[in-house]
Design a protein around this ligand. Structure first.
Ligand SMILES: [Zn+2]
Length: 134
């Protein structure tokens, strides 16, 4: 049996968002995105967030999805979101301490932004979700 659910009719979105699949931050992420982009956004959820994009550039699934989103829905910004204790990077235990993990994720986001700037004209925003009190 197929369940049918009515969807939005409008065909332009405010942003396209790249983030990890990890369930632990989805609730807070959804709240953040709904507040930031009330008119809607495209979502690209893939394990490790920008990891695949940074490793494989234009050959990555993320890149191809960003092209499709940009062509079809004209998002005004591209948002890349990484999170603490990401299993795709071996989790927090793979790093010496929080500062090292934070530095690696900052570097990943910077690399992703540099790659995206080569082809996409949208504003790029980057975020890091953490369990730490900053
Ligand atoms: Zn993750």
């Amino acid at each position: 049996m197929i369940g049918y659910i009515r969807m939005e009719i409008q065909h332009h979105c405010e942003a396209v968002v790249v983030h990890c699949i990890d369930f632990r931050f989805q609730k807070r992420l959804n709240e953040f995105l709904a507040e930031k982009f009330p008119e809607g956004y495209d979502r690209i959820a893939i394990a490790g967030g920008v990891k695949d994009l940074v490793a494989n550039g234009k050959e990555s699934a993320i890149w191809k999805n960003l092209e499709i989103s940009s062509n079809l829905h004209g998002p005004k910004s591209i948002v890349c979101i990484q999170h603490e204790d990401c299993g795709a990077y071996g989790g927090s235990s793979a790093f010496g301490d929080f500062a090292a993990e934070q530095q690696l994720q900052k570097s990943e986001l910077e690399k992703a932004e540099e790659l995206l700037k080569q082809q996409f004209s949208q504003q790029i925003e980057t975020y890091f979700f953490t369990m730490e009190e900053l």
